[in-house]
Design a protein around this ligand. Sequence first.
Ligand code: ADP
Ligand code: MG
Length: 324
Amino acid sequence: MKLRELGEFGLIDRIARQVLNAPSVVLGIGDDAAALSPTPGTLTLITSDMLLEGVHFDLNFSDPQSLGRKSLSVNLSDLAAMGAKPRQFLLSIALPSALPLEFVDLFVSGVLEQAERYGVTLVGGDTCASLGGLAISITALGEQAPDRVVKRSGAAPGDLVCLTGTVGDAALGLVELRGGVRQGFLVTRQLDPTPRVAAGVALAEAGLASAMIDVSDGVLADLTHICELSGVGVRLELERLPLSREYRAACGADPYALALSGGEDYELLFCVPKGKGGEAEQILQRLGLRFSVVGEVVPGSSVQLLTPGGGTYEPGKLGFDHFG
Ligand code: ADP
Ligand code: MG
């Protein structure tokens, strides 16, 4: 069957039939709006991310299932960076009518597979034809107690600057994909990132993170957001940046460039008061995640990059900017 034969409502129905019920969803897909029942006493956190063909992904090397998972992951990552538990999401898609139905099915199965993995329910969306490329927009809702939500603005001088996982992998994976590589650790980090949902929630609920952001635009750009909103500076020690073995093997002469400015790792960058670093480390260890302290919050407003030799490093660029 073709998308044209199935039609808009046939496709919505095909998606809706695969969605599981959830207690928080009073009314799901099918009406003019969904009705949700939030946990009493919690705030609702809501976030949206678009993925556009040609801007965010290339159908020459994005497989539909990974694209589906990634579309949801990038939104879950934003909720994780607030310390919010993900609950529901809306999926809006604009599809070129020539797109094979098989592609759409695999994309949707990727989205729903990731939804099940993280316990979030699809409650609605929008479906239309695209005269250009494929466009995907997901809006995700999460919840957290008001005093546990972690913003970008709470970092204070003396806090440790910490990271989950490793950085630079996704950007190097994109370089590899463009060079014809189709598999491996770095490529998977680019095409199918893992949102650090449990880590974000655990750090928030333990009251450890003073500020948090997910690394979507690059460590330097995202750290700059924390600095601006917290009114602080950061001294970052480049030799402490967590780099994977695969990254080190493929990064070339300057190991810091993509680790600082490459985006899409979807790791968490967070600050913790100095005395609480050990506790944060334990939480991440229990989740099987690498924990690194990469620097310290200082008075000021800029990010200083310190080289192993004690000098300062001048980055080529800050990070990803759609219009920059
Ligand atoms: P309306 O015309 O009122 O906007 P639609 O026909 O667009 O309604 O959508 C009908 C129902 O299907 C709504 O509940 C909507 O949220 C849901 N829906 C539409 N597209 C999607 C999608 N891609 N994924 C999940 N639900 C969808
Ligand atoms: Mg509609």
